[in-house]
Design a binder for this molecule. Structure first.
Ligand SMILES: C[S@@+](CC[C@H](N)C(=O)[O-])C[C@H]1O[C@@H](n2cnc3c(N)ncnc32)[C@H](O)[C@@H]1O
Length: 213
């Protein structure tokens, strides 16, 4: 069946790309700190997430950072853990900064929805606060691809957000722990992308690790 909304979703993702091209430096400074106008949005918790993941992996493990942003703090922390990291981001500005700030990693500028990679080539995929920007239908198509990119027994670590009054159902219709990506909140032409992003950041709740079979 033809994908009737594919063009709309591509435009939504492109809006996100343009948004991050514009706000890259406001979102993260070169040290990986959040916008100074939002002192409550700290980034010191990333180290704990990377430490937790590191306990599951061996040194030199191959890690894909989906939606890596400017590479700080997450990609940098991962490379400091001696992992072999590929960072992927749709925003050219984010990737340009990431290449400068994290020379120990490799980066690609691409849309994670259309990007592909050889199967079973990563020990872990991390995606901190990035899947939340991907339209829900695209996430349904993306998750099986992530699973394919992972080696058997590999890990996916990703952040989701909690959204008041709504719940996420899996494709089989089962209820999934009350978390809901907020990509739908960003619509093409929205003049308020910056504030949408702030809204997402302030309602972040869960980061968890899933092991593939
Ligand atoms: C909230 S930022 C998080 C950046 C980084 N992971 C962090 O935690 O600091 C979300 C990032 O995801 C990227 N992104 C959003 N949609 C994407 C897509 N479809 N493909 C690749 N990257 C995407 C954005 O450009 C942005 O850099």
């Amino acid at each position: 069946m033809a994908d009737a909304n594919g063009d709309l979703r591509a435009r939504q993702r492109d809006l996100v790309r343009r948004g991050y091209d514009s706000i890259s430096r406001a979102y993260r400074d070169d040290e990986g700190r959040s916008n100074p106008g939002k002192p409550d949005e700290r980034t010191d918790h990333y180290a704990g997430w990377v430490d937790a993941l590191a306990q599951l992996l061996t040194p030199r493990a191959r890690v894909l950072d989906l939606g890596c942003g400017a590479g700080v703090p997450a990609t940098k922390l991962l490379t400091e853990r001696t992992f072999d990291v590929l960072g992927l981001d749709i925003s050219a500005v984010q990737i340009e900064r990431a290449r400068e700030l994290v020379p120990g990693a490799t980066f690609d500028q691409a849309d994670m929805v259309t990007w592909d990679h050889e199967p079973a080539s990563f020990d872990a995929v991390v995606s901190f606060y990035a899947l939340i920007h991907v339209p829900l239908q695209d996430q349904r198509n993306l998750l099986p691809k992530i699973r394919r990119w992972l080696r058997p027994g590999g890990y996916l670590a990703r952040s989701l957000v909690r959204s008041a009054g709504r719940e996420l159902r899996s494709t089989s219709g089962r209820r999934c722990s009350g978390t809901m990506p907020t990509a739908r909140r960003i619509s093409p032409g929205s003049p308020r992308l910056g504030s949408s992003l702030s809204g997402i950041a302030s309602c972040l709740r869960a980061t968890s690790v899933i092991r593939s079979s």
